[in-house]
Design a protein around this ligand. Sequence first.
Ligand SMILES: [Mn+2]
Length: 260
Amino acid sequence: MSNAKVGVSMLYCLGEPFTRMVKRLGTMDTQYIEILDDGTHDLDKKRIDLLKEAAKSYDLTYSLHAPFADINIASPVKPLLNASLKRLNQSLANANALDAKMWVFHPGQRTGIGQFYPGADFKTMCQSIQKLYTQAEEYGINIALENLPAKYWFLMNTPEEFMRMYKETNLPIGITMDLGHANLEGQIQPFFNLLADKIVHIHASNNDGSEDQHFGVEDGNIDYVWFAETLKKIGYDQRVIVESMHKVPQSIQKLKQLLS
Ligand SMILES: [Mn+2]
């Protein structure tokens, strides 16, 4: 028996018109919905009102995924770093207006010139995290930094990098544990062994270890039976968000069954 709450990300509908995605919200077989504030689904007042109406009708609870297209909180280029932070602050304001319970964001990325400035990208990222955390505190929103894989140039691939970030920022910031990303690094077990108490949000999908394929939870080499047992063992009682782009309803059902 687990008190984890199985939810779903609307990421898989990003190619659809926003209004069509909204129409799906009442049919998802879960009340825990993650909205992605990016691309053609970026939020504004009118869209937030639509989402709040749906939440009322179907008794939904939202988390909000920050935008990540062309966003880099570790950018060595000041105007671009500032543009990223401005967009993320806007998304935090959206999370507040939406009454979202959690705001998930990505770490910084390495760049082609990073090798000339050792450690600078990590330091810039920590300063950005500091700023976002302060802003989120003003709104009273929980935020959680997601682990990403190295192969797409991201920082924060391993538990050790999170520990380094904690040492540098001294912030009690939570982790969004993305199982698909951790699988690409062979880091699923190390994250649960070393940082279980920091994990406050989970993204669930599967892959074969080669690319971030966002398969259904049964289609890949991540052992979801082990995962469910581990959540029970550590007493995890927060959200597990299905972030698959295939077999979404089946993945929700499977996780509910494994965690029951
Ligand atoms: Mn994710």
